[in-house]
Design a protein around this ligand. Structure first.
Ligand code: ATP
Ligand code: MG
Length: 290
């Protein structure tokens, strides 16, 4: 469902962007909610779209995003892949994650990055040097959009080689939709919160295999792999938060790889599991003899 932009879509984008800017230009009551109401009214009048129900509206208003993000989210709810947003799963510094439903009633996870200048500054470190991103935007929101699309692309690459990550579904600006990991409305816990995971040796093998396959087949290094970014679902690991992953050609790829290996092995060591020698495993991943 990755958006394929045709001309009409672009024209439509332009019209909506124009309307959006006009509304923002208006110096009426700067209150967030008023803007949202105004945006929705216009959209409904102009496009005669079905009325956005109260629950959607509430969910949208409750979240603390900039107007452009809310506007985009409303568009996705009116004629994009989302039917409704159910509630928040996680509120973080850089992004919030929501449980939502797609048009066929399936649960999906929606990750929305906040447009924030501090965030965009450190994000640039990971983007600069990655051969996949030749143009580095100077603008804050564009850096965040690039970051979100980077997570989407990384997910796609990992998913394609059969790794256990949420299936990427849709990306638009700072809004990423992916497969929801959980049972009904209960999201899977992070590995950090599981006291004693079952079949711990299998879990170790799976995660080491994840690191190796990600490097050798998807040609990526996760860069923030730890028990905080692994969901434990059906007694199996699902790796998330892959936005900072870099291409193996990135100048810091090997340093990140060493860090990922150390984090993972330390986690298992603390649980009393016998772990392989980190150096040996590192060479195995990069496929060199010791
Ligand atoms: N696909 C998913 N299905 C279910 N829950 C998810 C999914 N993706 C993320 N989550 C939940 O949202 C939380 C935050 O997600 P993620 O780690 O990707 O964001 P983050 O960048 O770490 O955000 P921050 O660091 O700002 O908190 C996860 O710990 C997990 O609980
Ligand atoms: Mg995380």
């Amino acid at each position: 469902m990755e958006q394929d932009k045709d001309e009409t879509d672009e024209e439509f984008d332009e019209i909506l962007d124009k309307e959006f800017n006009e509304i923002l230009d208006k110096e009426f009551n700067n209150k967030f909610e008023t803007n949202i109401d105004e945006l929705q009214k216009r959209k409904i009048d102009n496009k005669r779209r079905k009325k956005i129900d109260q629950s959607k509206k509430r969910a949208v208003i409750e979240s603390v995003f900039d107007e452009r993000t809310i506007f985009q989210l409303n568009r996705i709810l009116t004629h994009g892949p989302l039917e409704r947003i159910e509630g928040i799963i996680s509120a973080g510094k850089e992004a919030n994650v929501y449980l939502a439903y797609d048009r066929s009633g399936e649960e999906v996870a929606v990750k929305i990055y906040k447009i924030d200048s501090n965030t965009s500054k450190w994000m640039r470190n990971y983007i600069i040097g990655d051969p996949r991103f030749k143009k580095i935007p100077s603008n804050i929101s564009k850096t965040i959009f690039l970051w979100a699309s980077k997570e989407f692309k990384n997910l796609k690459r990992a998913f394609k080689v059969g790794l256990s990550v949420p299936k990427p579904i849709y990306i638009k600006n700072n809004i990423l939709i992916m497969e929801y990991i959980g049972f009904e409305s209960i999201p899977a816990p992070i590995l950090k919160d599981i006291k004693s995971p079952k079949n711990i040796n299998d879990l170790l093998d799976e995660l080491l295999d994840f690191i190796k396959t990600l490097f050798q087949k998807a040609k990526l290094v996760h860069g923030d792999l730890s028990e905080f970014n692994i969901l434990y679902h059906n007694q199996k690991p699902v790796v998330i938060d892959i936005s900072q992953a870099v291409s193996i050609q990135h100048p810091k790829a090997e340093a990140y790889l060493v860090r990922d290996i150390k984090n993972m092995l330390n986690y298992f060591k603390k649980l009393g599991v016998k772990t392989p020698d980190p150096k040996k495993f590192y060479y195995e991943v990069i496929n060199l003899d010791n």
